[in-house]
Ligand binder design. Sequence first.
Ligand code: GLA
Length: 408
Amino acid sequence: MRISASLSLAVLALATFTASAQTPAKAPTKTPAPPQVAQTPPMGWNSWNYFADKVDDKGVRAAADQLVSTGMKDAGYIYVNIDDTWEGERDANGVLHTNAKFPDMKALADYVHSKGLKIGIYSGPGNKTCGGYAASLGHEEQDAQLYASWGIDYLKYDLCSFIGDVLEKQAPNDPAEQMRIMQAAYVKMSNALKATGRPIVFSFCQYGWDAVWEWAPGIGGNLWRTTGDITPHWDRIYAIVSQQEGLEAYAGPGHWNDPDMLEVGNGRLSLAENRSHFSWWAILAAPLLAGNDLTKMKPEIHDILTNRDVIAIDQDKLGKQGSRVYSDGEVEVWTRHLAGGALAVGIFDVGDSRYSTHPFHLNLAKLGLHGPQTGKNLWTGKPITLTNNQPLTLDSHDVLLVRIDAPK
Ligand code: GLA
């Protein structure tokens, strides 16, 4: 199949070449460029991390209102994403209906759009979603058309029951075949979304299986989860961050590694931990999908989520994901290369006790820097100079995040 397909492509290319060599060139017909989504990591809000199955129409409207009134929209948070538990039953024609929590999805989408925001939704390739609601198996085209008719702009597609429903039934004990079937399921929905003609961000959620970063971009994935679920705990956040090593090569405009949605403002994370979490996501060029209750956001959490300097690191046009350069005891130094030759440096105290590796002496040469570097401390907003061997003290789980515009 493959050989004959590429042979016929070669024949076609030759025929085209011969034809164009013999006949005068026609005026180029104008075809509109395909709409480009996720040129920078998607930003917005998602219902799951705080509301889980309590999400409803009213809560989504409130989140949209808050994105506008808190200035988060102006800071770049555009997508209002409904996660699992919106789904009802399919009718005799296979058309999926919403459940009682979402009386009119089209009206909700119109409301979100009227605020200058975009709206996202959730499904999966299996029979059921992770929460046990109806998913898209056998109804992919129908569901994609339904989303488009509502005006949906973003789809998170979660593997979940596909594992038991399909993979383990169709290919028991054959992991390689299971991975092929899983990829085909994502291709199917990708094509179904494309066929709607509507630009829809496609978010893969299959927890990083089968090195998804290697194949997702080629089949229309705009972002893909790299790990299991996040929780609002330092240990979980740090474990996820540590699993991103080596993935930086796979991210770029239109296609991003997704270490999961933000927990900033959730649980009992300290302010230092919230700052570190947000700083890491910016260095990792991660999607910034706030996961807190925006109606009850404390000012200090608002200030973290709307820190424009840190958001600018995340949204940097170069789209180059950063990485951990070195660690010394319990202090880690991360960098991200930015457009125009700038550099973000994040120094994280990952130790549980403030004095574990303190004072920490910064080694600029390890970052490829020579001599004093002037920059901006992005969490105080003040100028800072980093020098070689500089002793730095950081609170436990806190971060020093610096932008150096002209590194030497
Ligand atoms: C999985 C996903 C979560 C969330 C839930 C919803 O656990 O990883 O992000 O979408 O399903 O049921």
